[in-house]
Write a new protein. Structure first.
Length: 260
C-alpha cells in the first residue's frame, strides 16, 4: 500500500508541474504568465509560421531523423555482438558503449566542441548528428540487447536448416519478431535527439540551431511566450509516443494467447 502511494505521489510530482505549460501556451498575455488572463491560439500560430521557430523545428527533425537512422545502424550489430558472440574485451566493449550514459552532457559537449572544432564540424548538421549518436547508441543498444536476450534463436536455426542464408533469415525471421524492439529503440533515440539541448548549445550554429537551442536562447533573451507552445508540442509528442507503445504492448498481450 505504501509503495503504491509513493509511486502515485512521485508520478504526480513529475507529471503535473509539466502540465502548467499547456494553459500558458494558450495564454493571451504578452509574456509568460500563470494563470493566464485569457486564452487564444496565437502563440501556436506564431510557432508554425515565424522563421525563427520553423527553422529550428526543421533542423531538429532533420537532426533527429539522421541520428535515429545512424544509431540503429550501429546499435543493431553492437547488440548482436554483445548477445551472440564471445570475444576478448567484451566487457570493455560493453562499458565503452554505455560510457556516454555516465558522463555529464556538459562534459561531452565541451569535448565534442574542442574535437569537432579541429576538424571543422562545429556549427554543422554532421557535428550535431555525430554528437547525438554518441549519447543515443547506449539507449538503443540496451533496448535491442534486452530484446535479443529473450529472442528464441531456434527460429533462426530452423530457417537456416531450410536453406535460408543469414541475410534472408534476418529479413524474414529476426526482423519481424524484433520489430517492436526496433520501433521502441527508434522512438527513444528520436526523442532524445530531438529534445537534447546541452550539446546543441555547443555544437549547432546559427543555421543549424535546433528547437531546444532556440527555446533556450529565446527564454534567456526575451522570454517569448511561444516557448510555452513549443514545450506543449514536445510534451504532446512524448505522450503520444508513450501511449502508442503502451497500446501496442497491450494488443500484443491480448493476442498472445490466441496465437499460442
Amino acid at each position: 500500500m505504501f509503495a503504491r502511494a509513493l509511486a502515485f505521489l512521485t508520478a504526480n510530482f513529475l507529471f503535473w508541474p509539466t502540465l502548467i505549460v499547456v494553459p500558458m501556451s494558450f495564454s493571451s498575455a504578452p509574456s509568460l504568465q500563470f494563470p493566464p488572463p485569457g486564452y487564444w491560439i496565437g502563440y501556436y500560430r506564431a510557432f508554425f509560421s515565424e522563421p525563427n521557430w520553423t527553422g529550428p523545428l526543421m533542423n531538429s527533425l532533420i537532426t533527429a531523423s539522421c541520428t535515429t537512422l545512424l544509431t540503429l545502424l550501429i546499435a543493431t550489430p553492437a547488440a548482436f555482438a554483445l548477445v551472440r558472440l564471445e570475444f576478448f574485451g567484451k566487457r570493455a566493449f560493453r562499458l565503452l558503449l554505455l560510457m556516454p550514459l555516465l558522463v555529464p552532457h556538459i562534459v561531452l559537449a565541451f569535448a565534442y566542441y574542442m574535437f569537432f572544432g579541429e576538424i571543422g564540424l562545429v556549427q554543422t548538421y554532421a557535428g550535431v548528428v555525430l554528437a547525438h549518436v554518441s549519447i543515443t547508441i547506449p539507449i538503443a543498444t540496451l533496448i535491442l540487447t534486452a530484446a535479443l536476450q529473450s529472442f528464441d534463436a531456434n527460429l533462426e536455426r530452423a530457417a537456416a536448416s531450410l536453406g535460408s542464408d543469414p541475410l534472408t533469415t534476418f529479413r524474414t525471421v529476426t526482423l519481424p519478431v524484433m520489430r517492436p524492439a526496433f520501433l521502441v529503440a527508434a522512438f527513444f533515440t528520436f526523442i532524445n535527439s530531438f529534445d537534447e539541448s546541452v550539446i546543441a548549445l555547443f555544437i549547432s550554429g546559427r543555421d543549424t540551431a535546433t528547437l531546444p537551442r532556440q527555446m533556450f536562447n529565446s527564454f534567456s533573451m526575451d522570454a517569448d511566450p511561444v516557448i510555452a507552445a513549443a514545450s506543449s508540442i514536445l510534451f504532446a509528442l512524448v505522450l503520444a509516443g508513450v501511449g502508442m507503445a503502451a497500446a501496442a504492448r497491450l494488443v500484443r498481450a491480448r493476442l498472445a494467447p490466441a496465437g499460442a
